[in-house]
Design a protein around this ligand. Structure first.
Ligand code: FES
Length: 106
């Protein structure tokens, strides 16, 4: 099963089931995560910076393409409420701007 490691959350590891969004996988593990629009693909606050393993994610969704074109997500970013993983392992981090104030990031 694909595995995601969140580097700046003490290298927390999350397994992402087939077809499951990364946000759902994080939430199932009890990980508090910024998702201002409720996971509807309208805000980009749920995004991750992908440090390694971008090739293990499914292709950009229509929503992500739209925000990529508008410059709201960078080439090395994905929206966790939209993206899924297909294989392998990826290492990501939470962007500075979307860190939750009550969590300790490294
Ligand atoms: S939670 Fe708003 S775009 Fe993902």
């Amino acid at each position: 099963m694909p595995k995601l490691t969140v580097q700046n959350l003490a290298n927390k590891e999350v397994f992402v089931r087939q077809g499951q969004t990364v946000l759902k996988a994080l939430q199932e593990e009890g990980q508090d995560w910024m998702h201002a629009c409720g996971g509807k693909g309208r805000c980009t606050t749920c995004r991750i910076i992908v440090l390694q393993g971008m090739e293990h994610f499914a292709p950009l969704t229509a929503c992500e393409l739209k925000y990529r074109e508008k410059g709201r997500i960078e080439d090395n970013e994905r929206q966790t409420c939209q993206c899924t993983m297909v294989s392998g392992e990826a290492v990501v981090k939470v962007p500075e701007q979307t860190k939750l104030p009550h969590l300790n990031y490294s």
